[in-house]
Design a protein around this ligand. Structure first.
Ligand SMILES: O=C(O)CCC(=O)C(=O)O
Ligand SMILES: [Fe+2]
Length: 349
């Protein structure tokens, strides 16, 4: 099939075969969290997490406490929803006021992604800025949209998201300890967390050489926890040289990655890696990320404990909610300009 809509076509340098993957790629760490039950091993786990956050910005966890049943239930239920005809799905479609629900027109860096998504805020309702104008203090209260069918969609999603959020805070504590900070150093930033949970469906694509499931990007959150099925397609860019590496599916594992906020808080010690999703022509793929986001009024800037005269702040502070709504604008429709990126807040030296 040659008639791929041009809005999906990536520039040649961003296509799936653009940057070769070595034949025997190094392994991105898989960390067994049941080792935390052994007091003598806890410190090793914390160091391994710290090393992974610094070297790759990605790792996988197993025996993480999110029950397999809850994951299986949500995977089965959302599949029933995505298999419905489009006219049913668009009954709960995202709009420019409420960014929750179903959407099939998302763009990354102004190129359309080969995917459908469904977004659900962890807090319902959720509070966010009502506009991108930095002077406007107005807030908007957003309620989740839920499909009527399948009838247990809401319950299955909420149950899974509850487990994912618990694990997110556990990981945040371990990350905090890995930076020699108090365990709960970050907790105050989440009083009105804007966290959300997304279901990605990547249909088979007639031209996987031209389109991507998600174009190269960094996550704009604190950390992401992703459940991926067995199909594979997620790739990350190695910090040292930008070469793309696959994140191989490991049964029941969750993929954890560092987002922009953690990168800024640690003044670039921890790395928010670019990643992308390669699609294929035969199999659909599902992934379910939980994005941990701070409250809208948090000013994100390098932590005082992690900067010094020798290591001055590399970013100016920014209000998280305004950054988020700015980014979201471009997800709704293709913009004429590149959307806001974390590097826009880098201190120019
Ligand atoms: O589907 C995946 O493996 C990754 C999705 C992703 O990067 C995202 O939704 O931000
Ligand atoms: Fe992502």
């Amino acid at each position: 099939m040659e008639d791929l809509d041009p809005t999906y076509i990536q520039a040649p340098e961003h296509r799936s075969y653009s940057n070769s993957i070595p034949n025997q790629p190094e392994e991105i760490p898989v960390i067994d969290l049941s080792r935390l039950n052994d007091p003598e091993d806890i410190q090793n786990v914390i160091s391994e997490i710290g090393d992974a956050c610094e070297t790759w910005g990605f790792f996988q966890v197993i025996n993480h406490g999110v029950p397999c049943d809850a994951r299986k239930r949500v995977e089965e239920t959302v599949k029933i929803f995505f298999d419905l005809p489009l006219e049913e799905k668009i009954k709960v479609k995202r709009d420019d006021v409420n960014p929750t629900g179903y959407h099939d027109g998302e763009h990354t860096k102004n190129v359309r992604d080969w995917k459908e998504v469904f977004d659900i805020y962890f807090k319902d309702p959720m509070v966010m800025p009502s506009s991108t104008d930095p002077e406007d203090q107005g807030l908007r209260v957003v309620y989740n949209k839920w499909p009527q069918f399948p009838s247990d969609f809401r319950e299955a999603c909420q149950e899974y998201a509850g487990h994912a959020e618990k694990l997110a805070f556990r990981l945040l504590e371990l990350i905090s300890l890995s930076l020699s900070l108090p365990k709960e150093r970050f907790h105050g930033y989440f009083k009105e967390q804007m966290s959300f949970f997304r279901i990605n469906r990547y249909p088979p694509c007639p031209r996987p050489d031209l389109a991507l499931g998600v174009g190269h990007h960094k996550d704009a959150d604190v950390i992401s926890l992703l459940a991926q099925d067995e199909v594979g397609g997620l790739q990350i860019s190695r910090r040292s040289d930008g070469v793309w590496f696959p994140i191989k599916p490991v049964p029941n594992a969750l993929v954890i990655n560092i987002g922009n906020c953690m990168e800024v808080w640690t003044n670039d010690k921890y790395w928010s890696a670019e990643h992308r999703v390669v699609v294929n022509s035969t199999r659909e793929r599902y992934s379910i990320p939980f994005f941990l986001l701070p409250s809208h009024d948090v000013e994100v800037k390098p932590l005082e404990e992690l900067v010094s005269p020798e290591n001055p702040p590399r970013y100016i502070g920014y209000k998280y909610g305004k950054f988020y709504v700015n980014r979201n604008r471009s997800d709704f429709k293709k913009l004429e300009i590149q959307n806001i990126q974390i590097d826009d807040f880098k201190v120019v030296t």
